[in-house]
Design a protein around this ligand. Structure first.
Ligand code: HDD
Length: 711
């Protein structure tokens, strides 16, 4: 395995280096630079006397400690981030004048933060939730932030409803329960009344909401943005990130177990992959739509609850983002980074999407309370690599020292500086959109179809993905207490897909109502006619969209996949090593798991370091398991109940499992014995067969037969 690969140096790394310190070989000092000779004892009036107020070393240390925390993000509090770069494949100057999308081959530094939405900063990674996917591009023309999620749509259409959505999903305000979970009454009360939520909600009920890794999920800018070229011509655009490792998820049973056994599972996975030189990458894709086609779709491009099926507008791959360096300091970088969908550069612009428009206000506003000052842009991680000159001055924690008397424009005393830039010289100009309308507080009727796309999504899933969605709805509604809310949800599921509703209704033991009382789409004003806005019957303008499913047509790379090899003293070195070599040739990670820690000896007398004792690890941490031959080793493993649990879980979670030679005994002692014909459970198979199965992530076809496995 490669270790600590040197990462690329770029302009942002050089910029951060200005503020990065390293205490090695240095004296300990106070914040004022005074060297310290005793860091263990406060200053006292006698050895057993009271502490003296004059102890400036103690006061400074405790005062700083007392103020170490800042408010966590109101949403997306739990996150993990990494540095990297973006490289463009093709010049898009026909569409935009943004350098980041026109300078082919240029490496633009990026900082990317992934997050869950609902949980607190210390919540577990495998919560069922949408994942944030926020990318900060440090371009030569200023900061461009693409603040997206791992689903192509959002819960609501208008920013006005964001506080309601978040209040409903966050822990309930009286008892602060449940943490990082949407399975509770207030969330479903809101979702079942605000039917615009149903599309993103079904994504949240799908496998997308429990990814295997942050490195194995897609990202989406969601809103329709604009690209503007140097002639001022505008095209609509939607942004996509496609992961090189494919899109993969875990099962709900695994997610629940991982949350207990390693709440930092995703954070650790991202960190370890980068430390080991397995740099995650995503290709950037664009769906570009000419202005003239704005109204040619069955949905409104300004509606963030609608995706544009790739069958209608193909995704054009234009570049690649690679994450190649972990942060040096979580707080300074991952915690203090401030994203903002309003950070755009010339050549990119907004549309009138009412969700996006509200976000443009919210993100600066929240930094004022979270980071405490309008100078948050000066924090090293937020600082632009393009020069910053303007007449903004002062405020808390200002670090820039602006010279001269002039802090206004126009001026002569400063020679007219900083001067304005012509558009041709890179000055920003907003797209001159023609606006002709009344000032109204209303929702466009073109936003009112809330069922066609959830139905399209569900239709596009494979049978096993549908089972997972049914399981998720059944779990979530099963956790709700109020029958009226559950009934309303069943009624709405019926509008999406009758078989889905039926299965959930059976599982939760509540009938699907024929009708429900009152209007359900409450996201309109009191004076509006509910019938005009009442979500109508689902339309079918596309039967299925392959891109919405996670079904694999070919194996994906196995680089960085975690493979457990179960061993004890006396194991067969040949079988062990042939698999290990083949797996490592593909950059997979092989970890020795043994009944106890330390070292074990193979049948060739060599000592091997154990990576994890059975007691300290869990089957759910690995993507595959193999067990080499060796009577002594197999017999010792067979003595451990945990070995059987380990294998049973791998089988239940549809993973690739191989038994070599005498290890067949463990197959016959475990649930694997009932799956001898399974295409990912092998007895004496070649390493290549094992790798091929691992590349398919899981054998989901096994799943219906695993319900009886009790683990
Ligand atoms: Fe938001 C954070 C993504 C709608 C208000 N949002 C935040 C983050 C992501 C998103 C990824 C975390 C950024 C980070 O890692 O620091 N938000 C979205 C997406 C949306 C969306 C994809 C819809 C398409 N958000 C949205 C609305 C509002 C907000 C409509 C308010 C009207 N979002 C915020 C916020 C946060 C935030 C309160 C919390 C912390 C922060 O901004 O910096 O301002």
């Amino acid at each position: 395995m490669k270790q600590h690969i040197t990462t690329s140096q770029n302009a942002k790394q050089a910029d951060l280096a200005r503020d990065t310190t390293d205490a090695s070989e240095q004296s300990m000092t106070t914040d004022q630079g005074v060297k310290i000779n005793n860091d263990a004892n406060s200053l006292k009036s006698g050895e057993r006397g009271s502490t003296l107020l004059e102890d400036f070393i103690l006061r400074e240390k405790i005062t700083h400690f007392d103020h170490e925390r800042i408010p966590e993000r109101i949403v997306h509090a739990r996150g993990s981030a990494a540095h990297g770069y973006f490289e463009l494949y093709e010049d898009l100057s026909d569409y935009t004048r943004a350098g980041v999308l026109t300078a082919v081959g240029k490496k633009t530094p990026v900082f990317v933060r992934f997050s869950t939405v609902a949980g607190s900063k210390g919540s577990a990674d495998l919560a069922r939730d949408i994942r944030g996917f926020a990318v900060k591009f440090y371009t030569d023309e200023g900061i461009f932030d693409l603040v997206g999620n791992n689903t192509p749509v959002f819960f609501i259409q208008d920013a006005m409803k964001f506080p309601d959505l978040i209040h409903s999903v966050k822990p309930e305000p009286d008892n602060e329960i449940p943490q990082a979970a949407s399975a509770h009454d207030t969330f479903y009360d809101f979702v079942s009344l605000a039917t615009e939520t149903l599309h993103n909600h079904i994504w949240a009920m799908s496998d997308r909401a429990i990814p295997r890794s942050l490195r194995m999920m897609e990202g989406f800018g969601i809103h329709t943005f604009r690209l503007i070229n140097s002639e001022g011509v505008s095209h609509f655009v939607r942004f996509h990130w496609k992961p090189a490792l494919g899109v993969h998820s875990v099962t709900w049973d695994e997610a629940v177990k991982i949350n207990g056994a390693d709440p930092d599972f995703h954070r650790r996975d991202l960190w370890d992959a980068i430390e080991q030189g397995q740099f995650p990458s995503w290709e950037l894709g664009l769906q570009i739509i000419p202005e003239a086609d704005e109204h040619k779709f069955e949905f409104d491009l300004l509606d963030a609850t609608k995706l544009i099926p790739e069958e209608l507008v193909p995704v054009r791959i234009v570049g690649k983002m690679t994450l190649d360096r972990n942060p040096d300091n979580f707080f300074a970088e991952t915690e203090q980074v401030a994203f903002h969908p309003g950070h755009i550069v010339p050549g990119i612009d907004f549309t009138n999407d009412p969700l996006l428009q509200g976000r443009l206000f919210s993100y600066t506003d929240t930094q004022l309370s979270r980071l405490g000052s309008p100078n948050f842009h000066e924090l090293p991680i937020n600082r632009s690599i393009a020069p910053v000159h303007n007449n903004q001055r002062d405020a808390h924690m200002r670090t820039t020292i602006n010279k001269g008397k002039v802090a206004y424009h126009p001026n002569t005393m400063g020679g007219g500086c900083p001067f304005l830039s012509k558009i041709a010289d890179g000055g920003f100009s907003s797209y001159e959109e023609r606006i002709d309308g009344k000032k109204v507080r209303a929702r466009s009727e073109s936003f009112s179809d809330h069922f066609s796309q959830p139905a399209l999504f569900y239709r596009s899933l494979s049978s096993w993905e549908k089972e997972h969605v049914i399981g998720a709805y059944s779990f979530e509604l099963g956790k709700c207490q109020i029958d009226a809310i559950k009934s309303r949800m069943l009624y709405l599921l019926q509008q999406i897909d009758a078989s889905l509703a039926k299965r959930v209704s059976d599982n939760i033991g509540l009938a699907i109502p024929e009708e429900i009382e009152g209007p359900i789409n409450r996201n309109i004003g009191a004076d509006e006619d509910p019938s005009a806005q009442q979500p109508g019957k689902a339309k079918n303008y596309l039967d299925q969209s392959a891109a919405l499913s996670q079904v694999l047509r070919a194996p994906t790379p196995i680089a960085s996949r975690q493979v457990a090899v179960l061993l004890d003293n006396g194991f067969d070195m040949k079988g062990f090593d042939s698999y290990k070599k083949a797996l490592e040739a593909e950059d997979a990670v092989v970890k020795i798991v043994s009944p106890s820690g330390g070292t074990i000896t193979c049948n060739e007398g060599m000592k091997h370091k154990v990576d994890a004792a059975l007691a300290t690890t869990e089957s759910v941490f690995y993507d595959a398991v193999y067990i080499p031959c060796g009577e002594e080793s197999v017999n010792a493993l067979a003595e451990q109940g945990k070995t059987i649990k380990f294998i049973n879980e791998a089988v239940k979670h549809c993973k690739t499992v191989a038994f070599l030679g005498k290890a067949v005994k463990l197959r016959d002692l475990s649930a694997a014995k009932d799956f001898v014909d399974d295409k990912a459970i092998f007895t004496d198979a070649s390493a290549q067969d094992f790798i091929q199965a691992l590349g398919m992530h899981r054998n989901w076809e096994r799943e219906p037969k695993t319900t009886k496995i009790a683990v």
